[in-house]
Design a protein around this ligand. Structure first.
Ligand code: HEC
Length: 393
């Protein structure tokens, strides 16, 4: 019953998270595009950055960006902040529900660090706080003024975090935390810098004063950073679906490469929106992705060669010992109410049918058994692998 309720709670919160995330990223992409496309000419009044016409949904839109006070401050001013806050709140709830309540299964990998749940949670929360402190410190330092150099330093910092986290947490736990670090930075940018600065600007304008232009500039800088971080963070959020990346021995490097390709592809679109078409930037983004793929394939670990024939009875014992607590029509594991992904190994036919996927997750990688609470060994994995290689008879 508890497992059933948790599964529904998980679904409800995840749905909210996806909806809020799409709303947030949608408006963020739209405003980046709008800013880049605004045009000014001799008829543009002073204090206006530019205008833009667009057609959508059967009507025409006329947008204008004011840098100083509009002649009359509108009563109904839209702020765009709850999308970001809802995304973060629901994301944090998911992190707690899945990774913190289920720490032994989802977060802790005793082969890397045999942490108690509270220790793992403290490291996870500490990483989120440290991520923001380092990022914000870098932004406020002189480095913050040099966009490209800042980008390089922040990218290397995140790559180091990927390496470090992947050495203390389970792979999925490590990369969800990396995504959460970036997501937290993005939301904190909205909450701690962009929105407070906008409030100060509006207050100054209402008081008939000239707002400090640095306020707007700082907000814009954080908003540009957020834009570049969007695509990498989206990949990290779905990364647990890609064991060939996150369970690879070079996972931190592969993830850094995929992040760099997302960053580069975003850069292409930002340039294009500003009417600077540079197809080579897009080609580079795709090339980085392909390089990551080739590197992953070339360095994919192979199962050891096992000389003796592995009988099916031994395979059944292995699967019963290490897998069936979860992968069964009636799981005995307390945290699953149904077979994960609908994959059960209750019968010989099921075990044989899923043999190639068993190989991918329990032999070629250590991604299963999830959490490895039964302590499956490398030798056992290689025996399982030998059976699959011999035709899964
Ligand atoms: C503690 C519970 C648990 C145990 C034990 C466990 N798994 Fe899983 N398994 C999961 C969950 C949850 C998923 C779905 C998430 C995912 O794909 O990573 C999953 C997914 C899988 C998949 C992917 C299914 C698909 O969609 O193709 C395979 C293959 C798999 N497990 C194999 C195994 C094997 C083999 C073992 C035993 C050596 C095992 N699992 C033990 C929880 C478990």
């Amino acid at each position: 019953m508890t497992a059933d309720l948790l599964a529904w709670l998980n679904l409800g919160v995840r749905w909210l998270h996806v909806i809020a995330g799409i709303a947030w990223i949608g408006s963020s992409f739209y405003f980046m595009w709008l800013d880049a496309r605004l045009k000014a000419d001799e008829t543009t009044p002073p204090g206006v950055q530019g205008d833009l016409w667009a057609v959508h949904g059967g009507g025409f839109y006329h947008k204008r960006k004011y840098l100083s006070a509009p002649p009359d401050m509108p009563e109904d001013l839209h702020w765009f902040k709850w999308e970001a806050y809802t995304t973060w709140l629901s994301g944090s709830a998911l992190l707690i529900l899945i990774y913190y309540l289920g720490a032994p299964t989802y977060l802790i990998d005793p082969a890397k660090a045999d942490l108690a749940p509270w220790q793992a949670i403290a490291i996870g929360v500490g990483a989120l706080v440290a991520g923001w402190a380092i990022y914000d410190g870098l932004c406020r330092s002189p480095l913050g003024q040099r966009l490209k150099l800042f980008g390089a330093v922040w990218f290397l910092t995140l790559t180091a975090a990927a390496w470090g986290l992947s050495h203390v947490f389970s792979n999925r736990g490590a990369f969800i935390h990396l995504g959460a670090i970036i997501g937290t930075v993005m939301v904190a940018n909205v909450f701690m810098v962009i929105i407070p600065n906008q409030r100060k600007i509006v207050a100054a304008l209402l008081a008939g004063e000239t707002p400090d232009p640095a306020l707007g500039k700082r907000g814009k800088m954080r908003s540009v950073h957020n834009n570049y971080m969007t695509l990498p963070v989206l990949f990290l959020m779905v990364s647990s679906h890609y064991p060939m990346v996150i369970d690879h021995p070079l996972n931190w490097l592969l993830v850094a490469g995929i992040g760099a390709s997302g960053w580069t592809i975003r850069h292409f679109f930002n340039l294009r929106n500003a009417s600077r078409s540079e197809p080579m930037v897009l080609v580079s983004g795709v090339a980085i992705f392909l390089a990551v793929m080739l590197l992953a394939l070339a360095t994919k670990p192979k199962a050891a060669v096992v000389a003796s024939v592995v009988p099916f009875s031994e395979v059944q014992t292995l699967i019963r010992t290490h897998c069936v607590a979860c992968h069964s029509a009636h799981p005995t594991s307390a945290i699953f109410a149904a077979a994960p992904n609908g994959v059960a190994y209750d019968t010989p036919a099921e075990i044989r049918r899923y043999a190639p996927r068993i190989y991918e997750r329990a032999v070629a990688t250590d991604s299963m058994p999830m959490g490895n609470e039964t302590g499956m060994t490398r030798t056992e994995r290689d025996r399982l692998g030998a059976w699959v290689k011999a035709g899964a008879k």
